[in-house]
Ligand binder design. Structure first.
Ligand SMILES: [Zn+2]
Length: 378
């Protein structure tokens, strides 16, 4: 009997290609409603956002956060079995969303089922589930949070069930994320014949020295929780294709992954200063896709470490690397926020899978955290 596995299979069978929830939240409410949870939906722009809560007296607001949407499967003929037909092979369960993150959601639900049945507790338990985490995420978690914030709802603790583990369940928890800042730069020049250098202004040659400076710059030194801020160029383009034409413009797309030692405003100012120092004519559009956050040692991280140790014998590493997740919206809301979930090795890949033997322990880890934070007399 493995209720987490059973629920996971039910969810994988629903092809919830982002941002389609494909009925996953209804499946979750079929489990949560009998426990007394009430559901509210903050749907917008084709995105399903479920806010389900259960209150027992005065106590902390504890949020389980997750997403039902999955990334595209890629070529179906390269999957060993159909991505939306949950399939067991050699101790692994295969399917799109198996690791990212329908196993996390399933384990949260079964953890809450046992916790509510077995424990004398106080506080509010909540699920914040979106169907747009893998897409633009505009109408997902941040949209729901805006509605809740307007009512004065502020959580104390949040667990995001993203695949955080590295090689063994519980070996790593995500306690922060770097910020992500994109810049789209257009360097302006003057198009003309390559044979007449005095009549043209070459934006490539203009930008060359600035690029060298951007590449060599030490933005910060990082800190105990974060690696140093990094600058990368993802796209660069100029030229008409002809060999005898100086292009009129150069377009560059770049990204900062930045730590809590830097700010978006500070990085922007430094880039503008470098461009201005070389007297480059340009336009520059910025897009901030997430501020960095860090959950310092506290009640949640201590409960998480203790629950993981009790279940697995491992002491989890505090980790802040990797890509962004909805924790970027939840942490600034005011909650101590950590991401705890299964091994992340296969996420977004063909033949995505999760270890079946990790499912019940993951559920018990979530339950152990709830018990440490919400049980009466603890
Ligand atoms: Zn995910």
């Amino acid at each position: 009997m493995n209720p987490t596995l059973d629920l996971l299979k039910t969810l994988i069978a629903r092809p919830s290609n982002t941002p389609d929830d494909a009925g996953c939240c209804e499946v979750l409410m079929q489990r949560l409603a009998p426990l007394g949870f009430s559901a509210e939906y903050f749907n917008a722009g084709g995105v399903t956002n479920l806010w389900a809560t259960l209150t027992r007296g005065e106590g902390p607001l504890f949020v389980f956060a997750g997403h039902t949407d999955v990334v595209p499967t890629g070529p179906l003929d390269q999957w060993t079995s159909d991505p939306f037909t949950p399939t067991e092979r050699n101790g692994l369960l295969y399917g799109r969303g198996a690791a990212d993150m329908k196993s996390g959601i399933s384990a949260m639900v079964t953890a809450v089922e046992r916790f509510v049945a077995d424990t004398d507790w106080a506080g509010t338990l909540a699920f914040l589930i979106t169907s747009d985490e893998e897409g633009p995420a505009t109408f997902g978690t941040q949209h729901a949070i805006a509605q809740l914030k307007a009512r004065g709802v502020v959580p104390d603790y949040a667990i995001v069930g993203e695949a955080s583990s590295n090689v063994a369940l519980g070996d790593r928890i995500m306690v922060g994320r770097r910020g992500s800042l994109n810049g789209k730069l257009t360097v302006l020049g003057k198009q003309g014949h390559v044979a007449y250098p005095h009549k043209v202004e070459n934006p490539v040659l203009r930008f060359g020295p600035v690029l060298a400076k951007l590449a060599a710059e030490v933005w910060d030194e990082g800190n105990a929780d974060f690696p140093p801020t990094s600058f990368q160029v993802s796209n660069i383009h100029a030229g008409t294709g002809a060999t005898n034409v100086v292009p009129g413009t150069l377009e560059v797309v770049f990204n900062f992954r930045y730590c809590t030692e830097s700010t978006a405003a500070g990085l922007k100012a430094r880039v503008h200063a470098m461009l201005d120092a070389e007297q480059v004519r340009y336009s520059l559009d910025w897009q901030l896709s997430g501020e960095p956050f860090l959950t310092r040692q506290g009640a949640l991280t201590e409960a998480a470490s203790a629950a993981i140790e009790a279940e697995t014998g491992l002491t989890p590493e505090r980790f802040t690397g990797g890509g962004t997740s909805d924790a970027r919206f939840i942490a600034p809301w005011g909650a101590q926020t950590v991401e705890i979930g299964p091994i992340n090795e296969s996420i977004h890949k063909l033949d995505e899978h999760v270890r079946i033997d990790d499912l019940a322990p993951l559920s018990r880890i979530y339950q152990g955290i709830l018990t440490r934070l919400l049980a009466r007399g603890t």
